[in-house]
Design a protein around this ligand. Structure first.
Ligand SMILES: Cc1ncc(COP(=O)(O)O)c(C=O)c1O
Length: 427
């Protein structure tokens, strides 16, 4: 009864309670699966987060690239509000069509260069899901089925090459081929069929090939693994190996795609076209879960037929409405170019700080995807200090501070961030 009364009293559909209560509720009633920072966010707008006391925090995490367009981008919000107010948004079923899904699928398929070009200029097709890891799983099914159907690998014997330090999500299969022990220890039995080799090492890929290899899954730049850019020519080398051995080359662009590294898609830096790509996060502008696996029409039709895949919410109208607006914002506001330009300015200033800091080991990154590796290996300590100064950032793989703000950040906001980084890193 109490709960019902509180909800009726509240403007937002739930009660406003002090921060310490929220921490207590979440810690007592929620799983402890994130090492959280003590910040309760009441509002997010553009590049800023606000707590209940009105304290402002520059968001330099952007929900791991989900908020590339900035929080609550008015165009995306308006599209979603219109849909809801028009009684258009709730999940129906994928056995019928919706105009939002049709428009979204077409926009995304056409926006991406022809994938798997060696299979012909057939256009791309999109298979939509919700969280990113679901689309990673779709891509693994895709590569395995291609191996079985097109290459004649006995079913159950297919192998996929992945890379040390990879991060592709948290479900059983994706943790099975993680090389980070804490992600998988105790969660066995693990899914077989993967070989992990050193990121950036083409010889190691060559050596890992067997007659049962059907695909290669790679992040064009590693985010969670420590913000690493592969050596020049690595993606091109993978393309050559894949072509020579008839393998599906799949790029996971969930974190580094959609403008983050200064290009619409990270693989454009090397101009290497994969057979399939995986997108998520900013695909819906950070408002709803939406992810997708995209490939050449011929390949998609070879692998997926009625009954071989599905998802209740995957591609439901509200997510697609957000997706259409989110893609429009990236294109109309030229966010990839903005990321390249602001990233250049920010990186130069960070490099300048690094030159005067006794704490920084290395600065890495592209566009607005910048990693600052610290010598003592404990990036989270620096992130806690940054939070006290009004900046939200977190670590990547323990040793690196990840700086990945919404792509709409401006020069004044960059100066705000630089002032705080200076305080934390130079002393
Ligand atoms: C490269 C990459 N792949 C997959 C995922 C998993 O996405 P999600 O958390 O939406 O399942 C992530 C999440 O950070 C990621 O960075």
């Amino acid at each position: 009864m109490d709960n019902i009364k509180t909800m009726r009293d509240s403007t937002f559909g739930f009660s406003r309670v002090p921060d310490e209560k929220i921490l207590e509720y979440a810690n007592n009633c929620g799983a402890n699966h994130y090492g959280r920072l003590d910040l309760v966010v009441r509002k997010s707008e553009g590049v800023w987060l606000t707590n209940i006391q009105g304290g402002k925090y520059l968001d330099c995490l952007a929900a791991y690239s989900a908020a590339n367009q900035g929080h609550h981008h008015p165009r995306i919000v308006q599209a979603v509000v219109n849909a809801l107010q028009g009684n258009y948004g709730s999940v129906i079923s994928n056995i019928v069509y919706s105009d939002a899904a049709g428009l979204f699928l077409r926009k995304l398929a056409n926006m991406i260069p022809q994938l798997g070009p060696r299979f012909g200029n057939n256009g791309n097709k999109v298979l939509p899901k919700n969280g990113g890891v679901e689309s990673v799983e779709t891509s693994l099914k895709f590569a395995r089925y291609y191996g079985f159907k097109a290459k004649g690998i006995p079913d159950g014997m297919q192998e996929i090459i992945v890379f040390d330090n990879n991060f592709h999500g948290r479900m059983i299969t994706t943790i099975s081929f993680s090389t980070t022990e804490k992600y998988k220890k105790g969660f066995g039995p693990l899914t077989p069929g993967f070989k992990s080799v050193a990121y950036g090492n083409l010889d190691a890929v060559q050596k890992a090939l067997t007659k049962n290899t059907c695909g290669i899954l790679v992040e064009p730049m590693q985010g969670e693994g420590g913000m690493y850019q592969p050596p020049d020519g690595f993606l091109r080398g993978l393309r050559e190996i894949a072509d020579k051995n008839d393998l599906m080359l799949i790029f996971d662009e969930i974190q580094v795609g959609l403008g983050r590294t200064g290009k619409m898609l990270c693989f454009e830096h090397e101009n290497v076209i994969p057979d399939g790509i995986i997108l998520g996060k900013a695909l819906s502008g950070g408002l709803l879960p939406l992810s997708a696996f995209v490939t050449n029409t011929k390949l998609m039709d070879l692998v997926f037929q009625p009954g071989s895949d599905g998802s209740t919410f995957g591609g439901y109208p509200l997510a697609c409405v957000a997706g259409i607006a989110a893609l429009d914002v990236i294109v109309d506001e030229a966010l990839p170019a903005r990321s390249a330009e602001m990233g250049r300015i920010l990186r130069n200033k960070i490099v300048d700080i690094a030159g005067r800091s006794s704490h920084v080991k290395e600065v890495r990154g592209r566009g607005l995807f910048i990693g600052i590796e610290v010598k003592d290996g404990n990036a989270m300590d620096y992130c806690r200090k940054l939070l006290e100064l009004g900046v939200l950032a977190n670590d990547s793989h323990g040793h690196t501070i990840r700086i990945s703000p919404p792509l709409i950040i401006n020069e004044n906001e960059i100066d705000y961030l630089i002032e705080k980084l200076e305080k934390v890193l130079v002393n």
